[in-house]
Design a protein around this ligand. Structure first.
Ligand SMILES: CCCCCCCCCCCCC/C=C/[C@@H](O)[C@H](COP(=O)(O)O)NC(=O)CCCCCCCCCCCCCCC
Ligand SMILES: Nc1ncnc2c1ncn2[C@@H]1O[C@H](COP(=O)(O)OP(=O)(O)O)[C@@H](O)[C@H]1O
Ligand SMILES: [Ca+2]
Length: 530
C-alpha cells in the first residue's frame, strides 16, 4: 500500500485506528476524516506487511534552495495480518475517491524547445512517474510548432474529457494554453472578445505549469519556486489558485491576454532584441538586457489609468499576496459589487482626471524609460521579489510602474534593486499605481484618436494626446506581453478578476505550514502535525 500524503488534522472524527509496526516499533496509527492522499496498492514480498509512502514538503525547507519545494517522502508501516492491511487500504481508498478536487485525466502539452530544451526529459523523468503513481491518466502532446497548443485547445479538444490542462515549458507556453482556453470558453459562450469592456466568462478547467522555460515567472510567482516536482505535486493534490488575466486591445480589436508582465520601453526592447538570439537559450535575456541598458532609450507618450479601489491596498503597502490572500478575496467581492453598480467615485473637476461610467481616470504624460504593468509580482529566479513585490495574483488589479527618464546610473540602481531587498519604487523618477484599466498612446499616435469613441473618457484622453505634442518624432518601442511582442503601441488594457485557475495554492507564509512532519510520541504513539 502506498500513500503519498498523509495529512491528519486533530479534532477530526477517527475512521480507523490500529497498532501497526513502524521501524521495529509498535505504534498507534490513527486515520482521521480529513486525510488527503494518493495511493495504490503495491506488490510486497512480505505478505503481512503494508507500506505507506507520504508526500510531505521537504523537511530541509530551511535551506534556501529548498524553499517552497515539495518532495515525495515514504513512511512504511507493517500490518499484523492481511485483513488489517486490506481494511486500511480500503478505508483510505474510499476517502480518496471522495476527493473530487483531484484531477483524474489531464491533457499535457510539452514545448520541446523551451528554455534549455529539456521539457520532454523533465516531463518523462520527473513528472510522468508521479502522475502514474497517482493514477492520473494523461494525453500527452509534444508541440510541433508555435501556437499548436493554443489552436488545439481552441478548436479540437473535447474539454469535457479532461479535468485540467498541463503545460510543460515557459511563460510563453503557459500563455498559449491561456489563450486557447480563454478564447474557447468565450466562443462556447458566444462572448465577443473584441469588446474591451466585455465581462469574460471564467474558464472551468484548471491549468498546471511544469516549469521548463527561460523565465518561469508565472510558476515561480504562484508556487514560490520553479521546481517541476513541486508543480507536479500541486497538480496531483488538486490545488486551486485563481488568477487575474489582462485583456489587451487596440482600436476595439482584441490583441492578446497577459497574466504577468506588460512592458513598454526597457522590457519591450529587451524582448525584441532577444527574439533574434533564441539560440542562446535563457541567457539571451541577460545579453539583450545589457545591450538595451547601454542603449538607454526613452519614449514619450501618455498613460491614462483607472485606479483600483482603496480597499485593495497599494503597490507599496508591504502586504504580500500569500495563500488564501484577503486582498484577493476583497478584489473578487469588489468585482461582484462593481458589475451591479459601476459608479464608485464621484467625478472631480481636474484637467488631469477624466470621468467615465466606472470611476475617475488619471492621465500622465512624459518621457519614460519603461512602462510596466505587473498583474502579479512577476517574481522569478532573476528577481525573487519580482517587478512589483506586493502585487496580487487574483485581486482584479495590475500594478502600473512608470519609470521616467533618468540617468543611466539611476536606472541601473533601480534595476539592481529588483535583485535585492531595497525598494525599487523609492526613487524620484519612479511612480507606481494600482489600477483596474489603463491605456497608452505613444506620442504621435495617429490611431489613438479612433480608440474607443463610444467612451467619453477615451475621447477626451485621445484629444489630449493628439494635441499635446504635435511635432515630436521619438521612435516607438514595442510592448512585451508575457514574452510576446505586440504589433501596436497604442493599447487599452483591462484586468479580468480571477478569469482562470491554476493547480497551485499561491506562495505559502512562513515555514510552519510549509512542512508536514510526523513524530513518534512517547508510549509508541504516532501522530502527525501540520
Ligand atoms: C542589474 C541586474 C538587473 C536585473 C533586473 C531583473 C528584473 C527582472 C524582472 C523580470 C520580470 C519578468 C517578467 C516575466 C516575463 C516573461 O513573461 C517573459 C517571457 O518569458 P519566457 O521566455 O520564459 O516565456 N520574459 C521576459 O520578457 C524576459 C524579461 C527578462 C528581463 C531580464 C532583464 C535583465 C536585465 C539585465 C540588465 C543588465 C544591466 C547590467 C548593467 C551593468
Ligand atoms: N514546437 C514548437 N516549436 C517552436 N515554437 C514553439 C513550439 N511550441 C511552442 N512554441 C513557442 O515557443 C515560444 C517560447 O516558449 P516557452 O515555452 O515560453 O519557452 P521560453 O521560456 O524558453 O521562451 C512560445 O511563444 C511558444 O508559442
Ligand atoms: Ca492582480
Amino acid at each position: 500500500m502506498l500513500i503519498s500524503e498523509f495529512f491528519i488534522m486533530v479534532n477530526q472524527p477517527t475512521l480507523l485506528s490500529s497498532q501497526l509496526f513502524y521501524e521495529n516499533r509498535v505504534v498507534e496509527v490513527t486515520l482521521n476524516r480529513v486525510m488527503l492522499g494518493l495511493w495504490k496498492e503495491i506488490e510486497t514480498r512480505r505478505k503481512r506487511s503494508a507500506s505507506f509512502n507520504c508526500i510531505s514538503k521537504d523537511v530541509s525547507y530551511t535551506e534556501r534552495t529548498k524553499h517552497h519545494c515539495w518532495r515525495c517522502k515514504d513512511i512504511i508501516f507493517h500490518c499484523l495480518d492481511k485483513a488489517q492491511r486490506q481494511q486500511w487500504v480500503q478505508t483510505i481508498n474510499n476517502q480518496l475517491s471522495l476527493l473530487s478536487i483531484r484531477p483524474k485525466r489531464l491533457l499535457v502539452y510539452i514545448n520541446p524547445y523551451s528554455g534549455k530544451q529539456r521539457g520532454k526529459w523533465i516531463y518523462e523523468q520527473r513528472v510522468a512517474p508521479l502522475f502514474s503513481r497517482a493514477s492520473i491518466s494523461t494525453d500527452v502532446i509534444v508541440t510541433e510548432s508555435a501556437n499548436h497548443a493554443r489552436d488545439h485547445l481552441k478548436t479540437e479538444v473535447d474539454l469535457k474529457q479532461c479535468d485540467g490542462v498541463v503545460c510543460v515549458g515557459g511563460d510563453g507556453m503557459f500563455s498559449e494554453v491561456v489563450h486557447g482556453l480563454v478564447s474557447r470558453t468565450q466562443s462556447d459562450s458566444r462572448v465577443d472578445q473584441n469588446q474591451p469592456n466585455q465581462d469574460l466568462v471564467p474558464c472551468a478547467l484548471r491549468i498546471g505549469i511544469i516549469p521548463a522555460g527561460s523565465t518561469d515567472c508565472i510558476c515561480y510567482s504562484t508556487t514560490g519556486t520553479n521546481d517541476p516536482v513541486t508543480s507536479a505535486l500541486h497538480i496531483i493534490m488538486g490545488d486551486s489558485q485563481p488568477m487575474d488575466v489582462c485583456s489587451v486591445h487596440h482600436n476595439n480589436t482584441f490583441l492578446r491576454y497577459s497574466v504577468s508582465l506588460l512592458g513598454y520601453g526597457f522590457y519591450g526592447d529587451v524582448l525584441t532584441d532577444s527574439e533574434r538570439k533564441r539560440w542562446m537559450g535563457p541567457s539571451r535575456y541577460d545579453f539583450s538586457g545589457l545591450k538595451t541598458f547601454l542603449t538607454h532609450q526613452y519614449y514619450e507618450g501618455t498613460v491614462a489609468f483607472l485606479p483600483a479601489k482603496d480597499n485593495l491596498g497599494n503597490p507599496r503597502d508591504k502586504i504580500k499576496c500569500r495563500t488564501r490572500c484577503h486582498i484577493c478575496e476583497q478584489g473578487a467581492n469588489n468585482g461582484q459589487l462593481l458589475s451591479g453598480d459601476h459608479v464608485y467615485k464621484m467625478a472631480e473637476e481636474n484637467s488631469d482626471e477624466e470621468t467615465s461610467g466606472d470611476g475617475v481616470w488619471r492621465v500622465i504624460r512624459g518621457k519614460f524609460l519603461a512602462i510596466n504593468a505587473a498583474c502579479m509580482s512577476c517574481a522569478c529566479p532573476r528577481s525573487p521579489r519580482g517587478l512589483s513585490p506586493y502585487a496580487h495574483l487574483a485581486d482584479g488589479t495590475t500594478d502600473l510602474i512608470l519609470v521616467r527618464k533618468a540617468s543611466r546610473l539611476d536606472f541601473l540602481r533601480h534595476l539592481i534593486r529588483h535583485t535585492n531587498k531595497d525598494d525599487q519604487f523609492d526613487m524620484s523618477f519612479v511612480e507606481v499605481h494600482r489600477v483596474r484599466r489603463f491605456r497608452f498612446a505613444p506620442k504621435h499616435s495617429n490611431v489613438i484618436s479612433e480608440v474607443d469613441l463610444s467612451e467619453t473618457s477615451g475621447k477626451k484622453i485621445c484629444n489630449q494626446v493628439c494635441t499635446a505634442h504635435p511635432n515630436n518624432d521619438t521612435g516607438h518601442s514595442n510592448w512585451n506581453c508575457d514574452g510576446e511582442i505586440l504589433p501596436h503601441a497604442d493599447i487599452q488594457v483591462s484586468v479580468h478578476c480571477q478569469l482562470i485557475r491554476l493547480f497551485a495554492r499561491g506562495v505559502e507564509r512562513g515555514t510552519t505550514f510549509d512542512t508536514y512532519t510526523w513524530s513518534v510520541i512517547e508510549g509508541s504513539n504516532l501522530s502527525w502535525q501540520a
